[in-house]
Design a protein around this ligand. Structure first.
Ligand code: APR
Length: 292
C-alpha cells in the first residue's frame, strides 16, 4: 500500500512524477483543476490531449499526456462522475483513482498527486468523495510509493487528514504518547470523539512519553484545545445529556448527519483524559499519578 499524505496546496506545483487532472470527457481543457493544469503546463498539454484523445475520455477512465512546463513528468487525466447532473454511481469515482494508479504503474511513476475528483464543478459531496478516494487508494495494488491528496484550502485539508487518520492510522512509535491511544475506549461521548481520538493518536505518534503525568496531561489538554478551539474545562460542569456540551467540527463529519462531527468536551474532561493518565500510570508504575 502506498503512503498516503494529505497536502495543502496547488496541484500544479506538486513536485511528483505525475499529477492527476480532474478533466471532462472532451479532454480539451476547462475550469478548476483542468484550467489550472492547462494554464500552468502550457499548450503542449492540449496538443497532446488532441493527439492522444481525439475522441475524448470516458467517465471513470484515465489517460496520460506530457506535463509540459509543470514540475511533474506526466499529467494523468481522469474524468469524474458529474454528481450535479445525476451521475451518482460511486464506482465511477472510485474508478478514477484506480485507473489513474494503473496508468501511473504503466508509466513507472512512483509518486502521484490527486485533487479531489468531482468535488468542484461536478458537485460530489466532499466527505464521501474523500472516503472513496482513500478507500480506493488504500486497497489498490500499485507500485506507486507516495500518493498525495491535495486540498486547495485548509478546511478541506483538515477533512482529508481526519478521514486519513481514521482509515489509515499512521504507525505509532514505542514509548510514545501515541501508544496510550492504541486501544480505543469501548464507548465515546459522541461520534466525533473517535475522530478526535485518532487525530490525537496521529499527532502524538512520535512524541516520547514525558517523565511526569502533569506534563502529559498538559500536552494532551493543549492539543485537544487546539483542535476543538476552546478550553477543556469550558463545559466540564455541563450536564452529560445537555446538547450545549457538544461542539461541531466539520472535519470530523463523515456526512452522515445526526451527531456526526460533534465532540463531547465533558467526556474528554471526565473520561477520555483520565483513561490516558491511567494508562500512563500502568506503564510507569502506580506512583506516577498523585494520590486521588
Ligand atoms: N489545486 C488543487 N485543487 C484544486 C485546484 C488546484 N489548483 N483548483 C481547484 N481545486 C479543487 C476544487 O476546490 C475541488 O475540490 O479540486 C477539486 C475538483 O474541482 P474541479 O476542478 O471543479 O473538478 P470536478 O469537480 O471534477 O469538475 C470537473 O470542471 O473544471 C472543469 O473541465 C473541468 O469539466 C470539468 C469539471
Amino acid at each position: 500500500m502506498p503512503v498516503i499524505n494529505a497536502v495543502l496546496g496547488d496541484i500544479t506545483t506538486q513536485d511528483v512524477d505525475a499529477i492527476v487532472n480532474a478533466a471532462n470527457k472532451a479532454m480539451r481543457g476547462g475550469g478548476g483543476v483542468d484550467g489550472a493544469v492547462h494554464r500552468s503546463g502550457g499548450p503542449a498539454i492540449l496538443r497532446d490531449c488532441i493527439a492522444r484523445f481525439p475522441n475524448g475520455l470516458a467517465t471513470g477512465d484515465a489517460g496520460w499526456t506530457t506535463a509540459g512546463d509543470l514540475p511533474a513528468r506526466w499529467v494523468i487525466h481522469t474524468v469524474g462522475p458529474n454528481y450535479s447532473t445525476g451521475q451518482r454511481d460511486r464506482s465511477l469515482l472510485e474508478g478514477c483513482y484506480r485507473r489513474a494508479l494503473e496508468v501511473a504503474d504503466e508509466l513507472g511513476a512512483r509518486s502521484i498527486a490527486f485533487p479531489l475528483i468531482s468535488t468542484g464543478s461536478y458537485g460530489w459531496p466532499r466527505a464521501d468523495a474523500i472516503a472513496a478516494a482513500i478507500e480506493t487508494i488504500a486497497a489498490a495494488r500499485t507500485r506507486v510509493d507516495e500518493v498525495r491528496l491535495v486540498a486547495f484550502d485548509e478546511a478541506v485539508h483538515k477533512q482529508i487528514r481526519s478521514v486519513l487518520w481514521a482509515q489509515c492510522p499512521p504507525p505509532v512509535g514505542s514509548g510514545t504518547v501515541g501508544c496510550l491511544f492504541e486501544r480505543e475506549p469501548i464507548q465515546f461521548g459522541l461520534r466525533g470523539d473517535s475522530y478526535l481520538w485518532r487525530e490525537l493518536r496521529a499527532r502524538f505518534a512520535n512524541m516520547p512519553l514525558p517523565d511526569d503525568w502533569l506534563t502529559l496531561r498538559t500536552l494532551i489538554t493543549h492539543v485537544i484545545e487546539q483542535v476543538v478551539g476552546e478550553p477543556l474545562t469550558n463545559r466540564e460542569s455541563t450536564p452529560w445529556h445537555d446538547s450545549t456540551a457538544a461542539i461541531y467540527l466539520p472535519e470530523f463529519d463523515p456526512g452522515h448527519g445526526m451527531s456526526a462531527g460533534t465532540v463531547h468536551l465533558p467526556w474528554w474532561a471526565h473520561t477520555g483524559v483520565p483513561i490516558l493518565l491511567d494508562r500512563y500510570a500502568a506503564l510507569r508504575g502506580s506512583d506516577a499519578l498523585p494520590d486521588q
